[in-house]
Design a protein around this ligand. Sequence first.
Ligand code: FUB
Length: 332
Amino acid sequence: MELTRLNDAPKPNQPLVTHLFTADPSAHVFDGRIYIYPSHDVDHDGPDNDNGDQYAMEDYHVLSMADFESPVVDHGEVLHLRNVPWASKQLWAPDAAYKNGRYYLFFPARDREGIFRIGAATSPSPAGPFEPQPSYIEGSFSIDPAVLVDDDGQSYMYFGGLWGGQLEKWQTGVFRPDAEGPAADAPALGPRVARLSDDMLSLREAPREIAIVDEEGSPILAGDEDRRYFEGPWVHKYNGWYYLSYSTGTTHKLVYAVSREPMGPYTFKGTILTPVIGWTTHHSIVEFRGKWYLFYHDCSLSGGVNHKRCVKYTELRYNEDGTIRTIDPYAE
Ligand code: FUB
């Protein structure tokens, strides 16, 4: 396999790589090395709309680095749309997991009917290439899978995204193409979660909606766009708490909520990252050698073109009470 060595010693808040447009970074530490599973943005001049047609991605690359002082390695193309039997277009934000001696890539794409589903692909190596399953995960829908393998070995898949991600259309449990989101004064739609089977290739149950509530226990409302869930879930554990972080979409923030249970309910806490250059914001959080890091993206590499993004990282810090310090990615 061809390895391309790039960008010596990546700097905080600077693009990890500049030879590709990358987005939606899911970072993991496997065998002591940092692996990043991003979307690979396509450079094109096609339509740009609320349906997300501009995000026309066709393949995935895996990036990795030994530590934050080492070069970033691009492991090349690890999965292409043409090799996914059930998918028609738009390989959006992926995630990866390790279990039972195998690595799993989870990824959303539109099926042959234009409905977003979530697929799985496997590899003996964290750097791929990944072999896709013949069909999408039965019972999956919408976008942005994020998989937590908990300390007891149980895995959870979190997912869901509004607008182009089609989450509104699944409110009744079946796909309704004309369905709209809740009224502004009704509870917002939450991300979905389902436990994965032991082989990581199917859901153990129908996905459930996660409740996100305020400090008084009242649901966050659909009109509360500074706090309500939009897309890009990520769950990590810190000091026995589950932290669910996500994008607020229209208000362009990364925010978080906490729970004692992986499936919630989650209590809203605050903002992790203030808005970046570009419409979307999407992230992951990972611990490496005792410090915590936020991987995120913006559109600085393309001068602000929404669908030509670049992955970056920065350190993430907690306060004594477990709250996360808000990060301004452009602070001097
Ligand atoms: O990259 C395509 C979509 O944009 C992702 O699935 C969303 O989270 C947003 O980043």
